[in-house]
Write a protein that binds this ligand. Sequence first.
Ligand code: AMP
Length: 205
Amino acid sequence: MKLIFLGPPGAGKGTQAIKIAQRFQIAHISTGDMLRAEIREGTKLGMEAKGLIDRGELVPDDVILGMVKNRIQKEDCKNGFLFDGFPRTIAQAEALENISAIDYVINIEVPVETLIRRISGRRMCADCGAGYHVSTYAEENCKCGAALYQRDDDKEETVRNRLVVYERSTKPLIDYYTGKGLLHTVNGNADIDVVDAAIRAVITQ
Ligand code: AMP
């Protein structure tokens, strides 16, 4: 099974992706997580991407497509995969057509006030990359023991730009995938398990 999770920053794509990928034994491919790993490792790609990410801008399509093409060759993708945060532009979606077929595109819809509340409380582990929210996890350290931090691009000014970039570059994918008959919208403004059940209902129909 090959899935795309679409939605603005803070929609819950990452949280839901972890659950679905585990349940269906498919690879969870988050281009944002891959870029943050490159930054942590201090690679050339990571250093080039960092400025753009910190400003809430998109990383160039060719960089992202190169990463994705390599990633889906890996052994853990043989049962399928779930893209979280990819594609983010029409050009990426068009290029993806030459790389792989897709079974379902899940569009997770959440009102903008909820997005800002969720993102501003989000914390990440500096070591393993796990994500938490201050409303449900008040500790300063990750369960793995490393310190938690707030992503630079989760600070309010950058979040506003990320939402503008979403509207301009990524939202058009809703029409693009509707036209291909692949889009399914679920309400993301609900408890984690309720959203998970709604996604499962789509992909097991
Ligand atoms: P995310 O963790 O998905 O919110 O991604 C964090 C940041 O990484 C985004 O704001 C972009 O700067 C960059 N990024 C992640 N995925 C992509 C993509 N598919 N295309 C372009 N930039 C991306």
